[in-house]
Design a protein around this ligand. Structure first.
Ligand SMILES: Cc1cc2nc3c(=O)[nH]c(=O)nc-3n(C[C@H](O)[C@H](O)[C@H](O)COP(=O)(O)OP(=O)(O)OC[C@H]3O[C@@H](n4cnc5c(N)ncnc54)[C@H](O)[C@@H]3O)c2cc1C
Length: 414
């Protein structure tokens, strides 16, 4: 097969992670093509807050800044939060964090996913060195002169030095590369909705671990809260079908009687949707001149709000590894270069994913209540444990990519 065009990198998937990777690699001076099946809709800030919302860590914010999209995001709907409360179901243990305690300006920012994707998309459209191929899809993958050549549904074919799979949890790139995954179905769904409480949410991210799964409320700019409530599948289905006022009453009962900063009682809820909760860990992140990033490589339970944050760290890590290879005049897609990326990012993602998995397990059965109270009580009293937790959740631990720790891309390019 002869290719129509050749690029340094072809990124499959322009979700938040793929689009951020494309911006970073193009800013590093690599020639980039990005393939996306569906063109994102323009973000409409006059519309009601959407259901897909994420907590972006300070590390993710730093990466989005270097990708060139943060200013545009910040000019629209977003909500920084500086305090976090985590509590056991009977409030026997409460862990409270605040950003200034750890020298942070904020613990994170709540943003609608479509705003982040749209801002990155617009950044890509405005920059040189990137070809956006949309709408189109992957059809076949072959190797010509040891380089990946991808044929698209449209009939075009693209050759690249490096193929990047950023095509989400059901990654076709991963399947084409023959990379297997460990896969856990939690038998739970995350119900999401926007909740209005009696008083505005004072900018606190709040999480309660309950029997059946955690319940989280994330603050939104207008004083409402974005809710994620993990429930067993049948129970989630029942909750989805309830009338709004009955749902709010059940939610109030689950969240109610809470600690002081909770702004309840609950007044109203918006539309509801549910997402299946899984953990998936790919056995490899790199294979013959190809890598996986974001949900294509790992899917984690949303209780710690880390999925897209891990993906953005992958994007930044990939840019740094490729830059280092280029400055050493090495091949950017050699096995040595890609294994370096894989060792780094896979070990980091596994620590986070398995940590969240075990935390979730600890909170499920009532029989583990004494162990849970002991563990949470120790964390609540230990500043060192809290600091280690916050640094990792902030995406700014010592092993995080330099871009996440606030180093400018221009400094890496020197
Ligand atoms: C209820 C819930 C709450 C969450 N909350 C948080 C949170 O607070 N914080 C957080 O960090 N994470 C959170 N997450 C996780 C987060 O939403 C995901 O990790 C993130 O959206 C993954 O982004 P991605 O770009 O890797 O993949 P995706 O968003 O899945 O993007 C993949 C893209 O690839 C395209 N694509 C797929 N196949 C092809 C193909 N063959 N050809 C061309 N294009 C293709 C798709 O159209 C899509 O645009 C949450 C998840 C859930 C379910």
């Amino acid at each position: 097969m002869t290719a129509d065009r050749t690029f340094d990198a072809l990124i499959v998937g322009a979700g938040m992670v793929g689009a951020a990777a494309a911006c970073l690699l193009a800013r590093c001076g690599f020639s980039v093509a990005i393939l996306e099946a569906h063109e994102p809709q323009a973000f409409d800030s006059a519309a009601a807050v959407g259901l897909r919302v994420s907590a972006f860590s300070p590390g993710a914010q730093a990466i989005l800044t270097e990708a060139g999209a943060w200013r545009q995001i910040e000019a629209q709907r977003h909500c920084p939060y500086r305090r976090m409360h985590v509590e056991d179901r009977d409030e026997s243990v409460v862990i409270a964090f605040s950003a200034p305690e750890f020298g942070l300006e904020r613990l994170g920012t709540i943003i609608e996913n479509p705003l982040v994707q749209w801002s990155l998309w617009q950044t890509l459209q405005a920059m040189g060195g990137v070809e956006i191929i949309c709408p189109d899809q992957l059809e076949t993958l072959e190797y010509v002169d040891s380089e990946p050549v991808v044929r698209l549904v449209s009939g075009r074919s693209i050759q690249c030095r490096l193929l990047v799979g950023a095509d989400g949890a059901n990654s076709q790139v991963r399947k084409m590369l023959g990379i297997d995954q460990d896969h856990w179905e939690y038998g739970q769904q995350g119900i999401v909705s926007v909740i209005e409480t009696d008083r505005p949410n004072p900018g606190i991210a709040w999480q309660r671990f309950m029997e059946g799964g955690p319940l989280a409320f994330l603050p939104l700019q207008d004083g409402t809260s974005s809710m994620v409530w993990s429930r067993p599948e049948a129970e989630a289905q029942r909750l989805l079908e309830l009338d709004d006022d009955i749902f709010c009453a059940e939610l109030e009962q689950a969240a109610g009687g809470t600690i002081e900063p909770w702004p309840g009682p609950i007044r109203a809820c918006g539309p509801r949707a549910a997402f299946p909760l899984t953990m998936r860990l790919s056995h490899y992140y790199a294979a013959s001149r190809a890598v996986l990033i974001g949900d294509a490589a790992h899917v984690v339970h949303p209780l710690a709000g880390q999925g897209v944050n891990l993906g953005l760290l992958d994007a930044a890590g990939l840019a740094e590894v490729l830059l280092a290879a280029r400055s050493d005049q090495a091949d950017i897609s050699s096995e040595k270069t890609l294994r370096k990326f894989e060792r780094w990012r896979r070990s980091e993602a596994e620590v986070m994913a398995r940590g969240i998995h075990h935390l979730r397990g600890l909170f499920m059965p009532e029989t583990l209540a004494p162990l849970r109270r002991l563990g949470l009580g120790l964390v609540a009293r230990s500043w060192i444990a809290k600091e280690a937790f916050i640094k990792r959740a902030a995406g700014q631990n010592s092993n995080a990519p330099a871009l996440a720790r606030g180093v400018a891309l221009t400094d890496l390019l020197r």
